[in-house]
Design a protein around this ligand. Structure first.
Ligand code: PHE
Ligand code: CO
Length: 297
């Protein structure tokens, strides 16, 4: 995508106002159109999460977020963040309307472009939103793209996604679980204890506290094939979180060709979201308190 020569086809009226739509489905961040309410939502969430995440988010997440220059006073401009990001790891942010079709999403990642939803949630949605918005994407996903190892992992994931898409829907399910339990809901073991690096957690106050402080969920050591077999929750806090030792571990474990792994996983049952196996490295065996009965996906 060349932002220098946008191929604009129309302006589209959405419930968030008029936005320019390009043939690529990438949109310019309509920064001048953000209202003072939009900026306040950013500010409120930013301050609240930075406070909750002290001693909870990984050192690297907190460090990279500061290094990028995200501040509470106003919604960041993608162009400003991109100057930092391009220099650090060669990634760039592109604006999008929201969740993308799988292959389009993978193609962006494979080319070191991270799609960021341009609109931000309403003040009455501070605690929960069913789909990604600017706060989740920018606050949650973008900081670790400054880390060279994590940046490479995200690109490798995008390439792996293009490949899995060609193999078939079951392979995609396996790969999506990996994304869910690492990029979105991953924990990391530091010398001083477990910390959060998953974007779905860091952008949620409730889950930031729950995933580390509650006895209810399982906290289990990272295991690639185990994760690829494990169902997850989209409507409640996770029943299980997986813990990596380092971003290098993530990179190394996912380097092998997944094609034979997909083939062998196709012969095996999936694992319910809350189950603990004999082979698991258990940091915490969840009490299961408050778990919803059905609904694993
Ligand atoms: N090695 C994986 C494959 O062959 C690609 C991949 C890398 C997937 C990193 C996820 C994360 O498909
Ligand atoms: Co996300």
């Amino acid at each position: 995508m060349n932002l220098g020569t946008p191929n604009r086809v129309e302006h589209q009226l959405t419930d968030k106002g008029y936005v320019p739509v390009y043939t690529t489905a990438v949109v310019e961040q309509p920064w001048a159109n953000y209202t003072s309410t939009d900026h306040e939502v950013w500010s409120t969430l930013f301050k609240r999460q930075r406070e909750v995440l002290v001693g909870r988010a990984s050192d690297e997440f907190l460090r990279t977020q500061e290094a990028m220059g995200m501040t509470p006073d106003r919604i960041p401009k993608y162009d400003d963040l991109n100057r930092m990001l391009r220099k650090a790891t060669g990634w760039e942010l592109v604006g999008v309307e929201g969740l993308l079709p799988e292959l389009t999403f993978f193609d962006h990642l494979a080319n070191r472009r991270f799609p960021v939803t341009w609109w931000i949630r309403k003040p009455e949605q501070l605690d929960y939103l069913a789909e990604p918005d600017l706060f989740h994407d920018l606050f949650g996903h973008v900081p670790l793209l400054m880390n060279p190892v994590f940046a490479d992992y995200m690109q490798a994931y995008g390439r792996g996604g293009v490949k899995a898409h060609g193999i078939g829907p079951e392979a995609l399910v396996n790969l999506t679980r990996l994304y869910w339990y690492t990029v979105e809901f991953g924990l990391i073991k530091q010398d001083d204890g477990l910390r959060i690096y998953g974007s779905g957690i860091v952008s949620s106050k409730g889950e930031s506290i729950h995933c580390l402080d509650s006895a209810a969920p399982n906290r289990i050591g990272f295991d690639l094939e185990r994760i690829m077999r494990t169902q997850y929750r989209i409507d409640t806090f996770q029943k299980t979180y997986f813990v990596i030792d380092s971003y290098e571990q993530l990179m190394d474990a996912t380097r092998p060709d997944f094609t034979p792994i997909y083939a062998s996983l196709a012969q095996r049952d999936s694992i319910p979201a809350g189950d603990v196996l004999d082979t698991d490295t258990v940091f915490n065996r969840g009490t299961g308190e408050g778990w919803a009965m059905g609904g694993d996906v």
